[in-house]
Write a protein that binds this ligand. Structure first.
Ligand SMILES: Nc1ncnc2c1ncn2[C@@H]1O[C@H](COP(=O)(O)OP(=O)(O)OP(=O)(O)O)[C@@H](O)[C@H]1O
Length: 385
């Protein structure tokens, strides 16, 4: 039986992080017990502690950040017809706006953390969509475009003829402090995998980690930026990535090649990549980690277990294989004769499940977590057979 894994640690922020306010330090920490998946999880709750007076220059840069964000948000709202823009601007939750959705023949919606908000009863026309798309950059093969020097993401829905019939306009923002809870892992130098469902904040955290590595830990950081989401649209990267450098990816099929190019041409100490999604990308990531470069990557998935069951991505957690045991070994382990085992070392030392924008589940040893998951699966199989 593999050794039991260290329990995953839940990190929960009790303050809502709204840009552009960095989280103040220090925090008070409170532990309570809870169960998560296979092992007992420790909940580490972080609360806003005593307020420390911010230095004047920090206060100024915060104000500058707020101005910059307002200006960037304004550039996204310019895509909307005048009366819709006004409705969004008047909304009390404007700074926390997540997306605006415009679908042909349907009323437009604004999505806020509190829910969807109807912007107008007037359905969206082709003309509205045409005017909006004229103000954004070119759409790539992934049907995504951006607005130069902002972090916004405009995703298109097309009909069978290729015409745009819908737009999802997501507000991108740099959130200082959004990776503070992971500072120890980032500083440690081990490779780190972030997983989470769509829209939970993976790109935002990974952008802040890239900045942290480059600016706070003076590392040479290369970002492999699939659809310019981390560093923003345009050839000059957004200040949100700090001193990290960024490689653009001509099309998604090239991503694994650009990953290797980043290592071979630019001597990075850390590589940051959003959305590893294919076997080729997983293989390139594993090659990079073997070369001793700190890799920080994200992948879609809710739990580590999801990755172990995904044949394209299981390589990230070491690969899974089925092994037939001898009678003696099977009875010693009290499992069936055929068991699942990890094939080799995992690409990442640590993994973080992003549960929500304020809650993280940290696996301090990804290999131990995977081994324990597989062991439990074998026991369950034995139990049901
Ligand atoms: N800590 C935060 N505070 C406020 N807003 C946030 C925070 N983190 C993310 N957001 C906002 O939530 C939305 C989704 O964030 P993000 O794009 O980072 O998610 P994601 O998990 O990468 O999504 P996807 O998987 O679809 O690419 C964006 O509008 C982003 O600005």
């Amino acid at each position: 039986m593999p050794p039991p894994p260290p329990p995953p640690v839940h990190l929960r922020l009790r303050v809502s992080i709204t840009p552009p306010h960095p989280l103040p330090l220090p925090y008070s920490r409170r532990f309570s017990s809870a169960t998560s998946g296979l092992a007992t999880a420790r909940h580490l709750s972080l609360r806003r502690g005593s307020r420390r007076r911010a230095p004047v220059c920090a206060a100024r840069s915060e104000a500058a950040g707020a101005e910059g964000f307002d200006e960037e948000l304004g550039r996204l709202l310019e895509l909307l017809p005048g009366e819709l823009r006004q409705r969004v601007e008047d909304h009390p939750e404007l700074p926390a706006l997540v997306e605006v959705v415009m679908d042909l023949g349907r009323p437009p919606l604004a999505r806020f953390p509190s829910g969807d908000f109807l912007l107008s009863h007037r359905p969206i026309s082709f003309d509205d969509l045409r005017q909006a798309t004229a103000k954004v950059g070119d759409f790539g093969g992934d049907n995504r475009a951006g607005i130069s020097r902002t972090l916004h993401r405009i995703s298109a829905i097309r009909n069978r003829q290729g015409d745009i019939v819908g737009l999802t306009c997501r507000v991108g923002r740099a959130v200082p402090g959004s990776a503070n809870l992971l500072q120890d892992l980032v500083k440690d130098g081990g490779s780190l995998l972030l997983i989470g469902p769509p829209g939970v904040g993976k790109t935002t955290v990974i952008r802040e980690i890239a900045r942290m590595l480059a600016d706070d830990y003076d590392k040479r950081v290369m970002i492999v930026d699939t659809s310019n989401e981390i560093g923003g649209d345009g050839d000059i990267p957004h200040p949100g990535i700090g001193n990290a450098r960024r490689l653009q990816v001509p099309n998604q099929e090239m991503q694994h090649k650009v990953l290797i190019e980043a290592v071979e041409n630019h001597m990075p100490q850390a590589i940051v990549i959003d959305e590893i999604g294919t076997k080729l990308e997983a293989m390139a990531a594993s090659t990079i980690a073997q070369r001793g470069i700190q890799l920080v990557a994200s992948a879609h998935g809710v739990t580590i277990e999801n990755l172990t069951m995904n044949p394209s991505l299981d390589m990230l957690v070491g690969g899974i294989q089925s092994v037939t045991l001898g009678d003696e070994e099977a009875s010693r382990r009290r499992v069936q004769k055929t068991v699942l085992e990890r094939k080799g070392p995992s690409t990442f030392a640590y993994a973080v499940e992003i549960v929500s924008k304020t809650e993280l589940r940290v696996h301090r040893s990804l290999e131990a977590t995977v081994d324990a998951l597989l062991a439990v699966e074998c026991l369950m199989l034995k139990f049901v057979s």
